[in-house]
Design a protein around this ligand. Sequence first.
Ligand code: 0X9
Ligand code: ZN
Length: 304
Amino acid sequence: GLSTERYYTHSEINQYLEDLAKRFPTRVFIKAAGKSYEGRWMKTITITNGDQRTNKNVIFIDGGIHAREWIAPAAALYAISELVENFVAYHELLLDYDWVVLPVVNPDGYEYTQLSPDTRLWRKTRQPSSAECIGSDPNRNFDFHWNEGGSSSDPCSDTYGGPQALSEPEVVVLRDLLHTFSGRGKMYLTLHSYGNLILYPWGWTPDLPETVDDLHEVATAGSEAIYAATGTKYEIGSSTNVLYVAAGASDDYAFHAGFPISFTMELPAGGPNDFDPPPSAIDSIVKETWVGIVAMAHKVVEKY
Ligand code: 0X9
Ligand code: ZN
């Protein structure tokens, strides 16, 4: 089973996915969606109830767009472990829905942050961005209102949007994946840290989407469930209004691509630099996050 007592390496994460597929071959499918710049496989896991129905609705979760936000892949893995290893508890959430999870969108960056304390706070990809500097911010690199706010044009900055939209291979992989669910994709959830926020579109403009009431209702279900379970408070609202303008992010892209519900969930901070909850804190954070995800999924299943 999954350990919530430590952070996994990227290869351990891929190995965990493969092991699940071996143990539960009728319900779990692995797809190699593409490769990162440095050649690491980006694998998705599709979790079904095994009824072999195709064209079900889809809930898509990713984590690890930002390298240093280790709690995000950990929370994605916990979601996977619950849905697969404890699946009788989630009967309704798998009846008309498949769940697809990409636990680490930026595996090169994730591995780089695990190399040494000096590299622990790396955020970006690892593709050279200029003669001097490495990496673009994958969450500024999607081709929707790209470079229209909240991105830096300095290749050495942590929020460099890239030389052009979709310059990062990992972003192309995620973008292409999102399009394969067009029509079926009902909720897109991207896990980040930190801040205790459930953010919905838009992140490129202060204007709110027409369907803001639906977004707010589903987000509220998540924050209320978490508060009831642990007393942790999450703030909800549009990315621009609650946080800041940041165009070219995956949540706006997924919403624009047809997911009616699209959230960035900023998980709790921890550790000396806020991006490093100690291993002893993983278990409670990922369990609490899962409570919120389940509540939001129930709302989605009821609405769509
Ligand atoms: O800035 C980001 O990419 C996200 N925050 S983080 O601290 N994890 O880097 C927030 C993204 C919110 N969504 C949009 N602005 N579209
Ligand atoms: Zn982030």
